[in-house]
Design a protein around this ligand. Structure first.
Ligand code: ZN
Length: 428
């Protein structure tokens, strides 16, 4: 009997250990004077892969910080933004891209670079293009790339540089999915005066891979979530608690705390993390919380073009709607940076805050509570951050104290409704 239990245990370990690596996203957001840093990078749960990604992130962060230190007098404004994509093919191959955007007064133009990783989970190794396509196809693929680049970048293409780059075939940056094989070239690599990433996509049927993959991505289908309706008392003292920069690995704990106190919160989320935390996002809506838009990858919004601004907002609206069925009506500008241009660029209502807990900066929970509590009054909008473990503790203590003072905890939209009702009563 004992044997059987052990066997079952080992089997369970084997199943869970082999099939599910829970993907997460790490977020670093910093704001010092006019130097803004946002880094979002994936954690796959596969150590060998995660170590490489983390090493790259640390290197980029360090290089940027050192540059800024050196020119601290001149560089009054600078931004580093690292965004990511992660895709898994056939439950075996993982493709990751890191997109590194940097801008500062030191640069004539902002620069966007890319770093890619393709990893085979089964063989536990990184793959180069040589592991992906048959040798007989190399010449064809090189010709395809050259032709495509000559057509699309004829004014700035450096043909000698391209030939050199293509010679180092096994070092090319690429990703693949069930339809396309995509190659990436960084600024200065093969083109002059072009500061963005250059991409060439080749349909897989043109190439033929070294292994079979099933075509036709199965897009997850999410059923709409039915939100719980909560009773709001317009005569009770009310506050709205808001969380920026999530979702994260702490969000579900925040939801637990909110639920315990029969409270609702408003989560201003970053679009590129919504899908990885889809279960948490759906729970958020189900339990009567509100979702707001906090851009797609936390770019500094007062510094982007109208086109980039629209992309940041619309892509986030789309992914939230797709995953949860909820359409946000609120947005909070990144880094709290807002101007008339930002307000006019969007139909969403821009929501700031009246009380800042400074939970991103202050590490001491007791001190956060002591400094925050006296500033809270009926109608307050409180700012917290969904990226720090201590925020869970802060929320617990805050709700505990405020419950004693008979507050109810509502979403930002509910707070607006209460205020309108009060105003109407007053006018009558
Ligand atoms: Zn933010």
């Amino acid at each position: 009997m004992k044997h059987k239990i052990w066997l079952l245990f080992i089997l369970l370990l084997f199943i869970t250990g082999c099939t599910t690596h829970k993907k997460q996203v790490e977020t670093i957001i910093e704001k010092k004077n006019h130097i803004f840093v946002t880094i979002n990078y994936p954690v796959s749960g596969i150590q060998k892969l995660d170590n490489q990604v983390k090493k790259e992130i640390q290197m980029r962060y360090q290089t940027f910080s050192e540059q800024q230190k050196e020119f601290v007098d001149i560089a009054s404004k600078a931004e580093l933004n690292i965004d990511y994509t992660i895709e898994e093919i056939e439950h075996r191959y993982i493709s990751i891209t890191l997109t590194i955007f940097s801008n500062s007064n030191l640069l004539a133009n902002p620069i966007t670079e890319i770093k890619t990783y393709v990893f085979d989970k089964k063989k536990k190794k990184f793959l180069t293009i040589l592991n992906i396509i048959p040798e007989a196809q190399i010449k064809n693929v090189k010709e395809f790339i050259t032709k495509d680049l000559k057509k699309n970048y004829k004014d700035c293409l450096l043909e000698d540089e391209l030939a050199k780059t293509l010679k180092q075939w096994d070092q090319l940056q690429f990703t693949f999915d069930d339809e396309t094989l995509t190659f990436y070239f960084n600024p200065y690599e093969i083109a002059a005066g072009y500061f963005n990433i250059i991409k060439v996509s080749i349909p897989i049927e043109h190439v033929g891979l070294l292994f079979d993959i099933e075509k036709g991505k199965t897009e997850p289908k999410w059923k709409e979530v039915e939100p719980t309706t909560k009773v709001i008392d317009p005569n009770k003292k009310s506050i709205a608690i808001t969380f920026d920069d999530g979702p994260s690995k702490y969000t579900s704990e925040l939801l637990d705390v909110l639920k315990t106190y029969d409270a609702s919160g408003t989560f201003f989320v970053i679009g590129n993390k919504v899908e990885i935390y889809s279960d948490t996002m759906r729970r958020m809506v189900k339990e009567g919380n509100e979702i707001g838009n906090h851009s797609y990858n936390h770019k500094w919004l007062t510094r982007v073009t109208q086109q980039e601004f629209d992309h940041q907002i619309n892509q986030t609206q789309d992914i939230i709607k797709k995953v949860t069925g909820f359409t946000p009506r609120l947005m909070r500008p990144t880094y709290g940076a807002v101007n008339e241009k930002v307000r006019h660029q969007t139909n969403l209502k821009v929501v700031m805050w009246t009380v800042d807990t400074r939970d991103w900066e202050n590490k001491n929970v007791k001190s956060i509570i002591r400094k925050t509590l006296p500033n809270i009054q009926d109608g307050s909008i409180i700012l917290m951050h969904d990226t720090k473990e201590r925020t869970v503790e802060v929320l617990k203590k805050l709700l505990h104290e405020l419950k004693k003072e008979n507050y109810q905890f509502v979403t930002v939209s509910e707070l607006e409704q209460i205020q309108t009702m009060k105003q109407n009563n007053y006018e009558k």
